[in-house]
Design a protein around this ligand. Structure first.
Ligand code: FAD
Length: 308
């Protein structure tokens, strides 16, 4: 209930201004966001890479309403990717892209603009040996995102995509995507979705996650298991045994600042453990989704506002 309210509020400009204006908010944001500049992001990547972790970097921003800002986001990715190549971090790095940040939300030409900007990001990533994965946003964007993925994969076959288990359609999408070379990040889903398209209860979302996971782990693609949920991690291990997958034939992913001990333990056990690192100043939507996921984060936020 509180989670749905926060997800609703995450799209209200008035609440956005109120939350962003509280100076202490920044302290709490820092728990989930690596910083505002590309240098901050590179520093975080360097630190995690030294600890044996792989990364996926997200330049924060979404639902861009003007073409110049969309092009600027594509340039921001290129700016980030070039030092990664120079530092030799390319092969440990991936970037995550929200198509709505690069033009998808721009009306009739939106898909075309987003595809063009995404292509530029893919070129920059290729130049330093890094991969690109498309984040999945609210359900109204799924068809367009999968269409853009198909177009990008013609030239950049390693582009990955996120699939959200809470959507009824996702088992079918997993079946379509479980082919050789196809990188698929499975998540539960982080947006407020109506009952007409998505499971509403946590246990239904979890059960759907297992069904999607089974399709991906038994298929020919490369599953990227993005969850902090121990039960799902242990089911992944059972499925890996059953379908003859070794560490490296699939990977785990978690968010920056969440369950860092577990991240380290999975990497220590020989798994590819990729940490999703958001950076940039447009942190509001991302931050609100993290608060909505876990009541304890709201308590943490309120304590920080109270100066404790
Ligand atoms: P949950 O049942 O929510 O959590 C399991 C346990 O993990 C909790 O009990 C708690 O211990 C811990 N935990 C979970 N969330 C938090 C948190 N915010 N703070 C502290 N502890 C927490 N969603 C999309 O809709 N589209 C995407 O493209 C997308 N990309 C993602 C990429 C990565 C790498 C990850 C890890 C998640 C991504 N998500 C995305 C978010 C995802 O959909 C979930 O909202 C989020 O991962 C929480 O779900 P969970 O599987 O961890 O399970």
């Amino acid at each position: 209930m509180l989670g749905s309210l926060l997800l609703g509020a995450s799209r209200l400009p008035l609440v956005r201004r109120a939350v962003s204006g509280v100076p202490l908010t920044r302290k709490v944001v820092d728990r989930f966001v690596a910083g505002e500049t590309p240098q901050d992001a590179v520093e975080a990547i360097r630190h995690l890479a030294a600890a044996g972790l792989a990364v996926s970097v997200d330049h924060l921003g979404e639902e861009t309403k003007d073409a110049a800002a969309a092009a600027q986001t594509a340039r921001a990715y290129a700016t980030l990717l070039s030092p990664l190549g120079e530092l030799g971090l390319g092969d440990r790095a991936e970037v995550s892209v929200k198509l709505s940040a690069v033009g998808q939300a721009l009306g009739t030409d939106g898909d075309k603009i987003a595809l063009e900007n995404a292509r530029q990001i893919c070129e920059a990533a290729r130049a330093c040996g890094a991969n690109v994965t498309l984040d999945m946003e609210d359900h109204t964007t799924v068809d367009s995102t999968l269409e853009t993925l198909r177009a990008l994969r013609e030239d950049f076959p390693s582009v990955g995509v996120a699939v959200q288990s809470y959507l009824f359609r996702s088992e079918a999408d997993c079946r379509d995507l479980a082919y050789r070379g196809s990188r698929v990040r499975l998540v539960k889903g982080a947006y407020a979705e109506p009952a007409s398209v998505a499971h509403q209860h946590k246990n239904e979302v979890d059960r759907a996650y297992v069904r999607c996971l089974r399709i991906l782990m038994s298929g020919a693609g490369y599953p990227m298991v993005a969850t902090h949920d121990d039960r799902l991690i242990s089911i992944t291990e059972t499925l890996a045994d059953r379908f003859g997958r070794s560490p490296g034939d699939y990977e785990y992913q978690m968010l920056y600042g969440i369950r860092t001990d577990r991240q380290q333990a999975l990497a220590g056990a020989g798994h590819v453990m990729r940490v999703y690192i958001p950076y940039g100043d447009d942190w509001y939507g991302y931050f609100m989704r993290r608060l909505a996921e876990r009541p304890a984060n709201i308590a943490f936020f309120l304590r920080a506002l109270g100066g404790k």
